[in-house]
Write a protein that binds this ligand. Structure first.
Ligand code: FUB
Length: 504
């Protein structure tokens, strides 16, 4: 996506290179809806098409993090095609878990009524795939039916709010895919939802994008307000269905955010509170090409929400990343140029890898153990490509230079390893910088990577075979043996053990 956009806005791209907001750079993402499950923070988003001139959106996407700086792309768990009765406007989603199932509520254009509707999809996994839970809309037939937000109260009663410019509410049944009673339209007043701005005919400043939750006994409705350009405001109540009291602005409309809409999502994760929103701040971005962002904040002691300032850096890391396991290539703090795709064989992977593109992974803890080899799983038949690994900046210390082996085709995956240029220890931002002989052409696909310590390198080689053949780097065989212990008798150095380079 960004390849052509980068040359047009080189200045902006350079400025963005140090920033970690927006959270996702591989496509435009909108309307963030965070959900915590099992120690991981997921965020469900819409997806603005490139170069859009309206809210052209056909699928939803899901990303997750454990450290608040590196985001893993889980692809698209649901798209318009999954609803036989809908064919446009895959707008702002929200997901919630109940009894081990995940329910994703989405606004879509209904072919049945020729207006907007809210659908519900269900999955056994937070990353999908989701399927239409009822084969028809949950509510249908009103242009105001967008932006559902869902919450299950302590007594088990679930509530669904939604709407633009009116606010609607139903009580969901325990099955989460039906409701009891009537759809209620809330009364909007300046006292409940703020004074209308911009001389509008509105009854309050509420516009759209409600985000409903409860914290320490206070019910919150956070929403886009003030018409266009939107700011984020909120109201509170001591009961799940109101009455609501307007509490003020959380994030004003700010010119440099470069988006006339905004859309809130708030969640507590690992003892911190996070505010999600969107901007038009990727290269080529704007009001119809938006990108999700996040800030950390602290509630005031009385539970009110402070004013939150958008930043280009986002929150601090709350955990480090372990490079000694398998790390998906689509886990990144920042990237330039690359995209992502998904297939049945490997799931989500990085594609559109061009000469000069890079991926940054933040706060990687190599510990004292020290990495001595770098491994990656790649696919692509072009020769002469490299992954160079730098520490702490794109032009930092070069610690590995891996020749990417050509494979049969872009769908044939091969794992390879290469020794690092030094033993890597400590905590670093890691930059994978891609190079290849062919300019402006996608070089290869990239599924996952790992680093190994000298111990794990030997273990991996031993694990693959009980019979070990050891060569030196000149290709001279040193010994072959079925006695693993013999490896420890080798002097320190780099060897080819069972076809792989290993630093002992
Ligand atoms: O993303 C499409 C629409 O734009 C959403 O439904 C609104 O909340 C606004 O963000």
């Amino acid at each position: 996506m960004k390849k052509s956009l980068f040359s047009l806005s080189l200045l902006l791209a350079t400025a963005s290179a140090v920033a970690d907001n927006p959270c996702v750079q591989t496509c435009y993402t909108t309307d963030p809806a965070p959900m915590v499950h099992d120690g991981r923070l997921y965020v469900y988003t819409g997806h603005d098409e490139d170069n859009a001139s309206f809210f052209e959106m056909f699928e939803w996407r899901v990303y997750s993090t454990v450290d608040m700086v590196n985001w893993t792309d889980h692809g698209s768990p649901l798209s318009l095609e999954d609803f036989s009765w809908a064919d446009d406007r895959a707008w702002a989603p929200q997901c919630i878990e109940r009894n081990g199932k995940f329910y994703l509520y989405v606004p879509v254009y209904s072919k049945l009524t020729g207006a907007m509707a809210i659908g519900v999809a269900v999955s056994d996994s937070p990353t999908g795939p989701f399927k239409d839970a009822i084969g028809k809309p949950l509510v249908d037939g009103n242009w105001a039916y967008i932006d559902p937000t869902v919450f299950i109260d302590d007594d088990g009663q679930a509530y669904l709010y939604w709407g633009n410019p009116d606010i609607y509410l139903v009580k969901l049944n325990e099955d989460m895919i039906s409701y009891s009673g009537k759809v209620e339209k809330l009364k909007q007043t300046p006292e409940s939802f703020g004074t209308p701005l911009n001389n509008s005919d509105s009854k309050s400043s509420y516009t759209e994008g409600p985000w409903y939750y409860k914290r320490n006994g206070i019910y919150y409705l956070v929403y886009a307000a003030g018409g266009i350009p939107e700011h984020i405001a909120y109201s509170t109540s001591d009961a799940p269905t109101g009455p609501w009291t307007y509490r003020g602005i959380i994030m004003p409309s700010i010119g440099w955010l470069n988006s006339f809409t905004n859309h809130p999502g708030i969640v507590d994760f690992m003892g911190n509170s996070y505010f999600f929103y969107h901007s038009g701040n990727l290269p080529g971005g704007g009001g119809f090409d938006r990108s999700i962002c996040v800030e950390q904040f602290d509630y005031n002691t009385d539970g009110t929400i402070p004013s939150i300032t958008p930043t280009k850096t986002g929150p601090n890391p709350i955990a480090s990343l372990n490079p000694y396991g398998r790390v998906e290539a689509e886990t990144m703090a920042w990237s330039e140029g690359v995209g992502t795709s998904q297939n049945d064989a490997v799931g989500v992977y990085v594609d559109k890898v061009h000469d000069g593109d890079y991926i940054k992974v933040s706060n990687v803890d190599f510990s004292d153990e020290g990495a001595v080899s770098f491994g990656a799983c790649v696919a692509g038949k072009l020769k002469g490509n490299q992954i160079k690994v730098f520490l702490d900046s794109k032009k930092g210390e070069l610690v590995a230079k891996a020749d990417v082996p050509p494979t049969k085709d872009a769908d044939t995956w091969e794992y390879f390893e290469t020794p690092t240029l030094k033993e890597i220890t400590g905590v670093h931002d890691v930059y994978f910088v891609f190079s290849g002989g062919i300019k402006n052409k996608a070089l290869f696909n990239f599924d996952y990577w790992t680093f190994k310590t000298s111990e794990s390198s030997v273990e991996i080689n031993n694990a693959n075979s009980s019979y070990i053949v050891v060569y030196n780097l000149m290709g001279v065989k040193i010994f072959e043996t079925d006695d693993k212990a013999k490896i420890s008798s080798l002097p320190k150095g780099i060897y080819i053990i069972n076809g792989r380079k290993v630093l002992i």
